[in-house]
Design a protein around this ligand. Structure first.
Ligand code: PLP
Length: 326
């Protein structure tokens, strides 16, 4: 990636004159089976740009109760986009179509205008779980019936595709537009991409500018993104295998519980409620034993596998948790 960055032909991307950015955006659109794409600075910016372009201020947005957009994006959905989030609890991150149907109220002057349904795939807070193409299709049918836009926060959509052994288009074909991250699993230092039809992306380009995300010689970011799309997707299977190894090892430790249903991609969530340790004490002891981790909620620790984490690191981690738990 560093070599690609060093040799990237550059231009001013605010004027759409950076050939490396153009190339990445074309590659991303083609991979996702959509008309156009836009490089943005982060997953959070991608979601914000997309929310602002799929709905107008005061509109209602349906999203899964544990959605990243709701939990971790600083309230931008309301504070900046001016939208009203309506949470629907899903099963392992997947909203049931009947629950969406039930949440959509008829037109009435008392009610905010429903505009958009957002899903997250894979679902972060459930531990990297997959919303299947079949589940997406069912949501899309409800959305179409009610004239709602359908958007996917696909920060880790390639993890879902690789783990399901499906082309990513099997997922993306059900949504109007989406974003995915070049950082995280795809190993880039920075960047996310919004994908959709041409009109949506033209509008997103302006929204990105308003939000301060218009970048000049952004080819230095895009060059790494091209390497990611060419070489970092198929290898995700390795991360998934390592996550499974980690989960199986952790599950054998007394006082630790792992729900294997959630171990579908590159994350492992485990419950330390059976140990006589506070979250802070557990994380501190684990750090002293050479492993960094964080909690997602009280008593629930999350670990993520990625490029650079090898089988030996998994064994080391299981040992470190074992010592920490004693
Ligand atoms: C599902 C999901 N969406 C969006 C984001 C935001 O991405 P970023 O950290 O690049 O802003 C994350 C980050 O972890 C995420 O997990």
């Amino acid at each position: 990636m560093l070599e690609a960055i060093r040799h990237a032909p550059l231009g001013d991307d605010v004027y759409c004159e950076d050939p490396t950015v153009r190339k990445l955006e074309e590659m991303a659109a083609a991979k996702m089976g959509k008309e156009a794409a836009l490089l943005v600075t982060s997953g959070t910016q991608a979601n914000l740009v997309s929310l602002m372009n799929n709905a107008k201020r005061g509109d209602l947005v349906f999203l899964e109760a544990e959605a990243h957009i709701y939990w971790y994006e600083g309230g931008g959905i309301s504070g900046i986009a001016g939208l009203l989030p309506w949470r629907i609890r899903g099963h392992w991150g997947a909203i049931a179509p009947e629950d969406l149907e039930a949440a959509i109220r008829p037109k009435n002057i008392h009610f905010p205008e429903p505009a958009l349904i957002c899903i997250e795939n894979t679902h972060n807070r459930y531990g990297g779980t997959i919303v299947t193409p079949k589940q997406m299709q069912a949501i899309s049918e409800v959305a179409k019936r009610h004239g709602l836009k359908f958007y996917m926060d696909g920060a880790r959509i390639f993890n879902a595709a690789v783990a399901s052994k499906l082309d990513v288009k099997e997922f993306t074909k059900h949504v109007d537009n989406l974003m995915f991250c070049l950082s995280k699993s795809l190993s880039c230092p920075v960047g996310s991409i919004v994908v959709g039809d041409q009109q949506f992306i033209d509008k997103a380009r302006k929204t990105r500018k308003i939000l301060g995300g218009g970048m000049r010689q952004a080819g230095i970011i895009a060059a790494a993104g091209i390497v990611a799309l060419e070489t970092m997707i198929d290898r995700l299977a390795e991360d998934h295998l390592n996550a499974r190894r980690l989960a199986e090892g952790l599950a054998k430790i007394t006082g630790i519980q792992v729900d294997m249903t959630s171990v579908q991609t590159n994350m492992v969530r485990f419950d330390i409620g059976g140990l006589n340790l506070s979250d802070e004490a557990f994380l501190q002891k684990l750090r002293e034993n050479g492993v960094l981790a964080s909690t997602m909620s009280k008593g629930i620790v999350r670990m993520v596998t990625h490029r650079g984490i090898e089988k030996a690191h998994i064994e080391k981690t299981i040992n470190a948790v074992d010592i920490t738990a004693k």
